[in-house]
Design a protein around this ligand. Structure first.
Ligand SMILES: C[S@@+](CC[C@H](N)C(=O)[O-])C[C@H]1O[C@@H](n2cnc3c(N)ncnc32)[C@H](O)[C@@H]1O
Length: 232
């Protein structure tokens, strides 16, 4: 029988925030996989899941999704990864692909799911707790209350226009991929007449080096950094 592909959100870092459903499916699947940009990179999502599920008897599979600037290289790599997944499914293996946080929030798995499903295989997506939800809980700052709205924007590659638009139209903003942009976010808030002290940095939530605190321009932030802005 052909296997089934699962995309599993494992939460943002604290293994205690993995869902029962995620645990149950991971325990059942013979293959546990994750996407990487280059071979041997490892996966934070896998490390989280390993603290809850015994992986010793499982086939652990890395699937390379290159970020090479050349379209043809990226395409070739992606095709090879999906072909390998489909071969495992053809052999009857169920595959659990683990994702940090929630699967619907900036996750490579969504591309994989679309492609594998289009090839006629059965797939299922299991949601996880997104990093900004755990960050909001730790910061004791609501994401939105009453009639307020929430914008979620990325700050990758120096891209500031989405944050600019969000600051004009929303009471609450989650800024993801903010690790190199904490200064820029503080500057943009000041330029808009907002007080940077109305923002909280939630970094490495549920992981070693967790920081929940103000926008500190003198601090270094790692990749797992999100900023929660709440207009007063
Ligand atoms: C590729 S996105 C993955 C998002 C993830 N799927 C989620 O649901 O949160 C990576 C970004 O998510 C945020 N992030 C992920 N894990 C985090 C954590 N433990 N603490 C703070 N931010 C985190 C950061 O903004 C990071 O740059």
């Amino acid at each position: 029988m052909t296997g089934k592909l699962y995309g599993i959100g494992v939460g943002p870092g604290d293994p205690g925030l993995m869902t029962l459903r995620a645990k149950e499916i991971l325990e059942r699947c013979g293959v546990v996989g994750y996407p990487v940009r280059s071979e041997g990179e490892g996966s934070v999502a896998f490390d989280i899941a390993s603290q809850v599920v015994d992986m010793s008897s499982k086939t652990v599979a890395e699937f390379v999704f290159s970020m090479n600037p050349r379209d043809s290289v990226r395409e070739k790599c992606r095709e090879a990864a999906i072909n390998r997944m489909c071969s495992l499914l053809d052999e009857g293996s169920d595959i659990a692909m683990v994702t940090l946080g929630d699967v619907g929030v900036y996750s490579t798995y969504m591309y994989i799911d679309e492609e594998v499903r289009s090839r006629g295989y059965e797939t299922e997506i299991v949601p996880g707790i997104p990093s900004f939800c755990h960050g909001s809980a730790l910061a004791r700052q609501p994401l939105m209350i009453g009639d307020e709205g929430l914008a979620v924007v990325p700050m990758a590659k120096g891209n500031t226009h989405l944050l600019m638009e969000a600051m004009e139209g929303f009471d609450n903003i989650v800024v993801m991929k903010a690790f190199k942009a904490v200064d820029t976010i503080a500057d943009m808030m000041e330029a808009k007449g907002l007080d940077p002290s109305d923002a909280v940095v939630v970094s490495n939530v549920g992981m070693e080096g967790e920081y929940i605190g103000p926008l500190d321009r003198n601090r270094e932030y790692g990749y797992f950094t999100t900023v929660l802005i709440r207009k007063r």
